[in-house]
Design a protein around this ligand. Structure first.
Ligand SMILES: Cc1ncc(COP(=O)(O)O)c(C=O)c1O
Length: 391
């Protein structure tokens, strides 16, 4: 079966934050939105058909907790990653962000330290700070166009007050897919220092050829026992608006701690459409995902070539997974405001300001390339014309 990622799907007027913000808040309706991490593609046919069937049924009362949804998630982890989990290890969350907040509250106390590896997805900062925990940054290193973990710095930063580390795997914003060796070194430190690990693996399905996503919890029984893995069909199948995510927790004490956070606010289950989409995606979305990954990687290659050949001194670093990549704008020598103005007002493309992920990526921007290749080419040509205007 072939899938069409080339046709432009007009998302204007559909209540899409990605399309509404440039038009309604930034006064830039003509800007191509390449920021927030959702895709300009329709969800897989299997998902749309399952949702359509559910809509046509007509009754939308309170959902139950169907075992078939849990089993679909269990089978997905086994088929894609060889990870054998059990249905009872799963807990629902309305999203990975609320799950991150819940983890910080469940597994640390006010004043305790929580480590994040910056630059990283901004809610990692807010989940820690909003709960009155001490935010400890372990900066990634950027050398020769590649981001790596700084294990020496990590070891130095851990003291008795630190209870938790939040891992982003694969890592947003630069799309690193951590290797088994990197994850093993990290696991060794977490075991040595008795840290609970929250592994945000929302991008785990989105990995390009030559790379492999290894669920952190699969590194051995001791690691499984201290890891809370957050997964969802949301990024993979473009169903983030349906708000259904999962935490995989083998350890009963950690699992109960996680569940208590949601029980305490009276939240129990995602809505029925989220559950239907999750089951359909995990059961029937595999071949669509393979096609998507090829298309995304071809888009990343297109970006890499265009930046290298026509957009110097800007640099683009092809990610190893996700549909997000960093553009390094520092070669232009603009101020932070000038760099953002260049992209939005001169080039008329809307990317995320690199500074929002940490000081390490000031002067960068994060580009979401989950859109038809024709849109990528148009965006690149706009940047090229804007660069011409600077010369
Ligand atoms: C690493 C990471 N975690 C979580 C999320 C968002 O998760 P959710 O929409 O389920 O809250 C994103 C979205 O970009 C992300 O990149």
């Amino acid at each position: 079966m072939t899938f069409d990622f080339d046709t432009i799907l007009d998302r204007r007027g559909t209540g899409s934050v990605k399309w509404d913000i440039p038009a309604m808040k930034l006064g830039a309706p003509e800007a191509i939105p390449m920021w927030v991490a959702d895709m300009d593609f329709a969800a897989p046919p299997a998902v749309r058909e399952a949702l359509a069937r559910r809509v046509s049924h007509g009754a939308f009362g309170y959902p139950s907790d169907p075992v078939s949804v849990r089993e679909a998630a269990v089978d997905w982890q086994k088929t894609r990653f060889g990870w054998e989990i059990r249905p009872e290890w799963l807990s629902y969350a309305p999203g990975i962000v609320p799950a991150l907040y819940a983890c910080v509250r469940a597994f640390s106390r006010p004043g305790d330290g929580v480590i994040i590896q910056t630059p990283v997805y901004p809610p990692f900062f807010s989940a820690v700070e909003a709960s009155g925990r001490w935010l400890v940054r372990n900066s990634l290193r950027f050398e020769s166009g590649r981001w790596t973990m700084d294990f020496d710095d990590l070891r130095r930063r851990i003291d008795d007050r630190i209870k938790l580390i939040i891992l982003c795997s694969p890592h947003n914003p630069m799309g690193r897919v951590w290797t088994e060796e990197e994850l093993r070194r990290l696991a060794e430190i977490c075991l040595e220092r008795n840290l609970v690990v929250v592994a945000d693996e929302i991008h785990g399905d989105l990995v390009f050829r030559g790379h492999r996503h290894m669920p952190f919890a699969t590194l051995g029984p001791e690691v499984t026992a201290r890891t809370v893995t957050l997964i969802a069909p949301s990024k993979t199948f473009n169903v983030a608006g349906l708000a259904a995510s999962l935490a995989v927790i083998e350890n009963r004490v950690l699992r109960e701690g996680f569940r208590k956070e949601f029980a305490d606010i009276g939240w129990e289950l995602p809505n029925i459409f989220g559950l239907v989409a999750m089951e359909a995606a995990y059961r029937g979305g595999g071949s669509w995902l393979e096609a998507l990954l090829e298309y995304l990687e071809a888009g990343a290659d297109l970006l890499q070539r265009f930046f290298d050949e026509r957009l110097r001194p800007l640099r683009f670093y092809k990610p190893e997974g996700t549909y997000l990549g960093l553009v390094d704008g520092r070669g232009l020598g603009l101020s932070p405001a000038g760099w953002n103005d260049f992209l939005l007002r001169k080039a008329r493309v809307y990317l995320n300001d690199g500074a929002m992920f940490g000081t390490e990526t000031e002067g960068f921007a994060r580009l979401n390339f989950a859109c038809p290749h024709s849109v990528l080419r148009e965006a690149l040509e706009r940047i090229e014309r804007a660069l011409g205007g600077l010369r």
